[in-house]
Design a binder for this molecule. Sequence first.
Ligand SMILES: Cc1ncc(COP(=O)(O)O)c(C=O)c1O
Length: 432
Amino acid sequence: MKSFGDVVKQTDPFIILFCPSCMNSTLANQIVTKHGTPLYAYDLAEVSQRAAELRAELPAGSSVCYSFKANPLPALARRVRESGGRAEITSEGELAAAQAAGFTGAEMLFGGPGKTRTEIQLALKAGVRRFSVESFRDLALISEMCVAEKVMVEVLLRVNPSDAPDARLAMTGVESQFGFEEALLTDASARERLKLPQVKVIGVHIYFGTQVAGVEALVTNTRRALASAERVQQALDVPFSVVNVGGGFPWPYGNDHARPSLDGLREKLDEVWSQSPFAAQGVQLWFEAGRYLSASSGWLIAQVLEVKSLPTKTFVILDTGIHHLGGMAGLGRVPRGGVTVFNLSRDVSAEPVMTADVVGPLCTPLDSLARGLKIPAVQSGDLIGIPNVGAYGLTASLLAFLSHPPPIEVTHEKGQECEAWQLRHGHAQISA
Ligand SMILES: Cc1ncc(COP(=O)(O)O)c(C=O)c1O
């Protein structure tokens, strides 16, 4: 039986198709009958498969940290854990999700800029003993709280190397809020400044950016990360036991475009790693992955509410929009044009093609999932599916805007529903 994630490459990604061959529409209809639309459906077998594929392309003995920001759904993250991943978390919500997914504190790395006392305290209480530290202020705060809690933690220094990365969204090589500029750590004063009670520097953490396109770029970034780590280690003159080189492993977002190939990555990374002095020192090599592990598992399934035909334009109005698939809409990164929409209700291949804007129910013209799509005619009541939205889907969206109920999230495997979850929003009065 085909799963939701078995996406067939279309020649024209902008045309809505009936796709019985790429999605288990029977299961989709069963889940929708039970839970209604819109909903997110995640195939857990996809998560296992991606985790196994990624592991096979990374040097033996290296670890993969799952970035909860991609998708914190505990039922999905649990599968990552079962596939051997660690947890990379950055907030108290992600901490709670990681715990619900079964990760122990020892399996978590708590990172992110601007950490608060509350989240550090919660993390310490949960047994987190490894932090990625972004600044001297971050380190001082963690140290102070570890003294109060009488615990010792290990820290990775997040470094912003001067090199610009090969990534679609660069997070190093530019002035940013992330990490220590490398020069700060290689400065002679750094050694003393990092000597604080109850915190031990055990390595560095470098994250170049997301959607790194292709094996060569991933290899170059890893080589640069290891070189930067080496410079920092030499300057600080402390032994390292972990070097986290990030990742940025790519996957299509909201469309069925061809997946980027990681073929040959293992061989090249093995070479880069074997040339690093850290390999001989027994240092652990860590990577981070969010979208690569979760994106392919997820489909957003929605219903066509109305087809509105005007003299020069047609609008297909769905019961989902940028409040469920925002793609960082709040940051001006609305996914336009590239969204692929499959018709799950019926074969529309014989329908005449029309051009339509696919929009949601929010009271803003920004609520658009695609503009000018060529669509074999759809009609009110049709079920549609958007593939590759298991990462940066629901929790990267304007969920509470206009206060529609959050969609149900359903995990499934081998044609069977596993678990159903729902994010909550809405106001709870906290004063008496
Ligand atoms: C520090 C860090 N690690 C990992 C990730 C996950 O990236 P991706 O989902 O592209 O793997 C991000 C994403 O922004 C990040 O900021």
